[in-house]
Design a protein around this ligand. Structure first.
Ligand SMILES: Cc1ncc(C[n+]2csc(CCOP(=O)(O)OP(=O)(O)O)c2C)c(N)n1
Ligand SMILES: [Mg+2]
Length: 558
């Protein structure tokens, strides 16, 4: 066996686990890794100019590729900067190995600059956090980290890499990769029971969630919905593409407020949740979002989500894709002619109020605002959808402006749409860079609020450096409109005195195009609706990133 250094073993094992890009921001404790990178050509380094950018790029890459992503940050302050983005990755379930260089063992005891307990900092947000103390353990730990990150429920893991471990050499085996196979499905008896329960429903509602996207299970879930004639909804706050929008049984996303959600499900006598979060809300409501007593059948591989909030009649811990495929067969075999007739009647009735028909109405309404300036958000989203190619990918952190986006943008594949997963903003710009690196062949638009864009605006430089053809659309309303809307609903002194503190970017206004140009992304300001479509087309035809600073309506009373 040949001796190998810790730093080379680190890169070799990552490569063998399928990692071809290491996102990072270096410091002295990362110098061994930067040195090892120079000696090989398999792992490419993508520099982010702040650790939150680095982590968000790795998160975007993991989401879009479905593969293991890796990123490296700098000791305690760097990990601290990355934590908000790590929180996003946790909620998406992104399989990312995040590593940080650590001071040498022994030296740590003297509490040098930059030192702190990295494992304690990362632990609450990852599936596994560990510091490597002996070089000989590095292969086993790294192999396990990859396996843990990629095994559903997938998610980030953290490794602390002390300098001495990276710099030593030893004769050691680097091991091989383990994949945990999770194409499991329930027993025949349980499938029968599930089929019987679903067929007993007179008005089934099916809610799809992120697992349907991760597993690429659109067809299998659709098969179940078709047999029983179920109305299909995306969960509230969808952050992935979870069902084909143009499927005749697709009704759109469930509303995001408790009362509206409750109203939307009032018709149902059974809720079938497929890999969904039942229900992750943004703000508390005066009522429960679930209608009283609505029975639930929930299938998913994230056991924590099963029966988490509401009692669940049948909570089935299994992969959605294999389970739904087997269930569709059982349903067809068991369904009586009367049940089949009732399902057919439901399919017909639902077609009249599905996503496609609601889209027609929404387009009529949006067209009524076609001449507005500042530009109307719904009209802008309609225009964006019309100017996004069928294989285009949309990264969305447009907040109040992009709220109507999914009413217009047809989603036919699981990589079509990536949105805000946890509520922590700043993911959009760097996330788009990661998504683009994972899906280089697909055209890409990233829409971000002006406020959200300012958290990680440095990501534009990485897009420029790698000449990534991304169209960045900044929905510029010169402030935090969502917070103004909520303060307005709060109805207190701020509204009475028309004094909303800390929510406007004025004196001075932010020069978005100047900022973008400075970071190497040519930018244009657009204030007139008629300039939007030509600008989108020109930006998408460019061979590198472009930014459109679009001035949109920012009123808070509506
Ligand atoms: C990391 C983080 N910091 C702060 C917030 C609080 N917050 C939520 S939305 C928002 C404003 C977003 O502004 P912008 O992107 O311009 O969208 P707009 O509301 O104007 O549509 C803020 C500050 C948050 N969710 N996450
Ligand atoms: Mg704004």
């Amino acid at each position: 066996m040949k001796a190998i250094s810790g730093r080379s073993a680190f890169l070799d094992i990552l490569r063998d686990e399928g990692v071809s890009i290491l996102f990072g921001n270096p410091g002295t404790t990362e110098l061994p890794i930067m040195d090892a990178l120079a000696a090989q050509h398999d792992v490419r380094y993508v520099l982010g100019l702040q650790e939150n950018v680095v982590m968000s790029m790795a998160d975007g890459y993991a989401r879009a590729s479905g593969r293991l992503a890796a990123c490296n940050v700098h000791v305690a302050p760097g990990l601290g900067n990355a934590l908000g983005a790590l929180y996003n990755a946790k909620y998406y379930g992104s399989p990312v190995i995040i590593t940080a260089g650590q001071q040498e063992q022994g030296f740590m005891l003297t509490e040098p600059l930059l030192y702190d307990s990295l494992v304690d900092m990362a632990a609450p947000l990852v599936k596994w956090a560990v510091e490597i103390h002996r070089l000989e353990d590095l292969p086993r730990i790294l192999r396990r980290a990859a396996k843990v990150a990629l095994t559903p429920p997938t998610g980030p893991v953290f490794l602390s890499l002390p300098g001495d471990v990276l710099n030593q050499s030893a004769e050691m085996s680097l091991g091989t990769s383990t994949t945990v196979l999770t194409e499991t499905r329930p027993s025949d008896a349980l499938l029968e029971r599930m089929a019987e329960r679903l067929l007993a429903a007179a008005q089934p509602a099916l809610v799809v969630g992120p697992e349907v996207c991760h597993e690429g299970a659109f067809a299998q879930v659709a098969a179940v919905a078709e047999v029983i004639g179920a109305a299909v909804f995306q969960q509230p706050l969808p952050y992935t593409a979870q069902f084909s929008s143009t499927h005749p049984l697709y009704m759109g996303a469930l509303p995001r407020t408790a009362q509206e959600l409750r109203n939307a499900l009032e018709f149902a006598d059974l809720l079938i949740a497929a890999g969904a979060d039942v229900f992750r809300m943004s703000v508390p409501g005066a009522v429960e979002p679930l209608p009283d007593g609505l029975p639930i059948v929930h299938v998913g591989s994230r056991d924590w989500e099963l029966g988490k909030v509401y009692p669940t009649e049948l909570a089935v811990h299994a992969q959605v894709k294999t389970t739904m495929a087997a269930l569709a067969d059982r349903l067809r075999a068991r369904q009586t002619p009367q049940q089949a007739q009732a399902a057919e009647a439901r399919r017909k009735a639902l077609a009249a109020r599905n996503w496609s028909s609601k889209r027609e109405q929404a387009m009529q309404t949006a067209l009524g605002a076609a001449d507005n300036a500042p530009i109307d958000p719904a009209w802008l989203m309609m225009t964006l959808a019309e100017n996004t190619p069928a294989d285009g990918v949309v990264v969305d952190e447009g907040l109040t402006t992009s709220r109507p986006l999914l009413d217009f943008l047809p989603m036919e594949d699981p990589r079509r749409y990536f949105g805000l997963a946890s509520g922590g903003i700043g993911w959009g710009l760097p996330g788009a860079v990661g998504v683009k690196l994972a899906l280089p062949e697909r055209p890409m638009v990233c829409i971000s609020g002006d406020g959200s864009a300012m958290y990680n605006v440095q990501a534009l430089w990485t897009a420029a450096h790698h000449k990534l053809p991304i169209t960045f659309v900044i929905a510029n309303n010169f402030g935090y409109r969502i917070l103004k809307q909520r303060l307005y609903a709060y109805g207190g002194d701020a509204v009475a005195q028309e004094n909303m503190i800390g929510m406007d970017f004025t004196n001075p206004e932010i020069n978005i195009t100047g900022l973008s140009n400075a970071l190497g992304v040519p930018a244009t300001t657009i204030t007139r609706p008629q300039d939007v479509a030509p600008a989108l087309q020109a930006a998408q035809a460019a061979d590198g990133p472009r930014l459109l600073d679009i001035h949109v309506y920012g009123g808070y009373r509506s």
